[in-house]
Design a protein around this ligand. Sequence first.
Ligand SMILES: Nc1ncnc2c1ncn2[C@@H]1O[C@H](COP(=O)(O)OP(=O)(O)OP(=O)(O)O)[C@@H](O)[C@H]1O
Length: 553
Amino acid sequence: MAAGGVDVSRSSVAVEKDYDFYRNGSRDVYVRQSGRDAERRQIKRPSDHDLRRNDGRHRSRLAYEKGELREQAEVQRPSEKRRKFSPILWNAKEEKVGRAPSGEKTKSPFPIPTTTVISNQAVTGKTSSEDQVNVLMSPEPSYLVPVQPLEAMLSAKHPVDDLEEGQLEEEQVMQEHVKEGLLEEKPVMQEPCIKTSRWGTGLTSPKEELISHADNVSKTSRWNRSSLTPECEEVMVSEEQQCYSSESGSGHRTVEKLSADANSDREYCSSDHDELENEDPDSSTQGGMDMMLGSRSVNEFQKLNKINEGTYGIVYKARDEKTKEIVALKKIKMKEDRFEEEYGFPLTSLREINILLSCNHPAIVNVKEVVVGGKNDSDVYMVMEHLEHDLRGVMDRRKEPFSTSEVKCLMMQLLDGLKYLHTNWIIHRDLKPSNLLMNNCGELKICDFGMARQYGSPIKPYTQMVITQWYRPPELLLGAKEYSTAVDMWSVGCIMAELLSQKPLFPGKSELDQLQKIFAVLGTPNEEVWPGFSSFPNAKAKFPTQPYNMLLY
Ligand SMILES: Nc1ncnc2c1ncn2[C@@H]1O[C@H](COP(=O)(O)OP(=O)(O)OP(=O)(O)O)[C@@H](O)[C@H]1O
């Protein structure tokens, strides 16, 4: 029997086919969109049958509840993975350290913060010729972005997502140096090489205009910021909602402060919205208008029903009147309170759109375009491929756990998608069952990239207020700010355990309780089993001693 009405077992065949398809390259491929986007997304044209099959969540839900098996549809796959991103490089010397996980040589679609941001040279106002030689002569792979000439740096813009703590701290340090008279000239913040990015060659599509706006927002906020604010600001919903958010659409990405009060229910939004702290609200919304010039109108879609509501968006099932294709429309929730620190278009949504438009993988939800419209003509919608279920809902409806082969099939897809992300220097930072979409063929796709971000080498400090608590790794719970792809892998492990046992692996009620649940299973760490453990900010808490194993060895 299929997994909760979703034919996971059969999809394993489909997945095998996919991999054959993948290996064998392009067959029956058409270009979905024109221009620049066409280069990015080559997909196989869905058959009419496929479109019909997706017609009606209600129908599929009924079928699902009746346990009907769906016909196995020919799985459509891109002919190849076209999009490869580059790492963020933080300074010239360290470029040599950076290595793309896969070793594939590709050009980044992102505005890359080739940040020799505040290297020692920048602070002293000198750049040694040796460093320049190293940069220019070293046989770096092409995914390592060369340091830009100063003029290019100055004329470039900031990327939408290069503004987390590392940068902020560096910016502050620099300002302090200026105050202390250490810098004679106005400090040069090396900016991303937007001219070499796909946005550097002119704005040719609404999407690119949108991203351009993201840059503007980011830049404005960066330069206008007068102070740094804590990253967790919004009081969120209860943990139960947070962790089982499939149907409720309740607050994901929520965390709570580690405290001795294990029963504390207060949770906070893990936002890095302080980037927008001092942005002029009017300019933000005005920019939002401008960036949408040329986008299709949402009126070209017929809304069929509301699927779900999350923290950052309301998701509808809709039909594209032009192509008759069934799609999911995610309406971005604008921050409407002018007196809130963040107002207007949320940074998380900009990041999500930015990353998803650049991704092209069968296990990552496909964002087709961004459209505008609605009551005030100012609503922004992401147009995504539609999938009938999310894994949370599928699990909730099942009476028994998935079989081992079903779990293998799901995990293979999840890991394949995650490999693609990590290979392209993206950490998802919010993997959990409700962010894994599924269709009736058992295909799994990762969605909700609001917390995702591009990372770089070497690792820089980021907010630890990410990942829904039950799926959050101990290093984040312990306060680590320098982390990488491993945080997603922890979430994957929790999801796999949940698939096998039909219950969450570590359903902590608070951060402290979360850690205790983890330690109860894996042992209380110490310096011996986890070198560096004692240096975590929250490691000083007294945890009950639990026997540990030496899994690491
Ligand atoms: N492409 C899609 N097809 C079908 N359903 C979808 C699609 N995208 C999202 N959904 C549904 O909408 C829900 C919310 O979507 P999403 O997680 O992207 O919104 P969000 O506002 O970012 O949520 P969160 O509160 O987790 O931040 C998902 O859990 C899923 O049930």
